[in-house]
Design a protein around this ligand. Structure first.
Ligand code: SF4
Length: 348
């Protein structure tokens, strides 16, 4: 078997570096902004709470914690209005934890941005999805609506998500969303136990009417550090890559089958191009991405645009951040030192 882990890493790294070189040449010729005075995309992590307890949760959502999030629904609405009043954004990623736990407030927050022309990428486990909610979600423009399904059978998914009935709910929700004309992408995390189900998962996604499926291994972040058995060996990762390649060809022109890119590649891509987005966490912290554990401010305490203009543009060249990126091994993808969402974030 070919060493797909190495082949893909080299290919992805070259693509990330080529993209950075291309953008730098556009900047040099005045054809691309050297810095964005406002973000194009923001991710609203609406809550740290979750109604399932996935073994791999990259940001450790759903721990026993009844304390309310610092970013209350009213604070999210105020922040959405503030963003709109400062010129707005093209796209908002709505995530959590589980964003449907906000009830009607999720629509109140989305409405403010929608009325300003923002489109959405919503990430949900869909346990709380109902026919009425699907109807309300048809109002918005989407990049896609992402539903996580981690097994071709209820047993696999429910065991991984540690919640009985969660597979049934996700399947029902995808049917309702696709029937309502909302573009759905299935996110499927592959573990050593589910490696043999890749073909079945792609078939299931296709039969559910999804426009795409993203397959990837567990991101070494958050709760996965407590569940090392869900990480794959090099040989298993090569088997996964072969299966993804085969299904990409099989569904070409009918459904997109994508492989998620690794942590190091995401870091290289982010570090090589001007910052275009940020993540707002449930406690108000501002991070530039979900794979590097660095916080540049807090929207409850600071003015977001003051923070953006003061810190977002040179954050990737800060010594602590460069050192963090270098700490990742190349194609083996094992970071040394800071463990994202397991150790405390570094405030820059
Ligand atoms: S991965 Fe998603 S659904 Fe699972 S615990 Fe984390 S936030 Fe909840």
């Amino acid at each position: 078997m070919k060493d797909w882990v190495k082949i893909n890493f080299v290919k992805d790294k070259k693509a990330a570096n080529d993209e950075a070189t291309h953008i730098r040449s556009l900047i040099d010729n005045g054809l691309y902004p050297a810095r964005f005075t406002m973000p194009l995309t923001l991710q609203f992590e609406l809550t740290s709470h979750c109604n399932v307890h996935c073994k791999h949760c990259y940001n450790v959502s759903g721990e026993d914690n009844s304390a309310p999030d610092r970013m209350t629904p009213e604070r999210w609405k105020d922040f959405a209005r503030y963003i709109v009043n400062h010129g707005g954004i093209f796209q908002c990623v709505i995530s959590g934890g589980e964003p449907l736990l906000l009830g009607d407030d999720i629509f109140g927050i989305m409405d403010i941005l929608h009325d300003d022309g923002t489109s959405f990428l919503v990430i949900s486990n869909c346990l709380l999805m109902t026919r009425d909610k699907v109807k309300r979600f048809t109002k918005y423009r989407y990049k896609w609506f992402q539903v996580s399904i981690d097994g071709a059978t209820p047993e696999r998914h429910d065991e991984f998500r540690q919640r009985q009935g969660s597979w049934d709910a996700a399947i029902r929700a995808v049917f309702m969303l696709t029937n309502a004309g909302i573009p759905v992408v299935i996110a499927h995390t592959v573990t050593p136990d589910s490696l043999h189900e890749v073909d079945d998962m792609c078939k299931l996604a296709y039969e559910l009417g999804a426009s795409g499926i993203i397959l990837g291994e567990v991101m070494p972040s958050g709760r996965s550090y407590m569940n090392p058995g869900i990480l794959m060996s090099r040989e298993q990762r090569n088997i996964l890559n072969e299966a993804i390649n085969a299904n990409t060809q099989k569904y070409a022109g009918r459904m997109s089958v994508q492989r998620s890119s690794g942590t190091k590649i995401q870091l290289i891509r982010n570090a090589g191009t001007p910052s275009t987005g940020a993540i707002i966490r449930p406690n108000g912290d501002i991070r530039l991405d979900c794979v590097a554990p660095f916080v540049i401010g807090n929207v409850v305490e600071d003015d977001f645009f003051d923070v953006w203009n003061a810190k977002a543009h040179d954050v990737w060249t800060r010594p602590e951040v460069s050192e963090y990126i270098s700490s990742w091994e190349d194609e083996d993808e094992i970071g040394h030192g800071l463990r994202n969402y397991a150790d405390a974030d570094v405030r820059l």
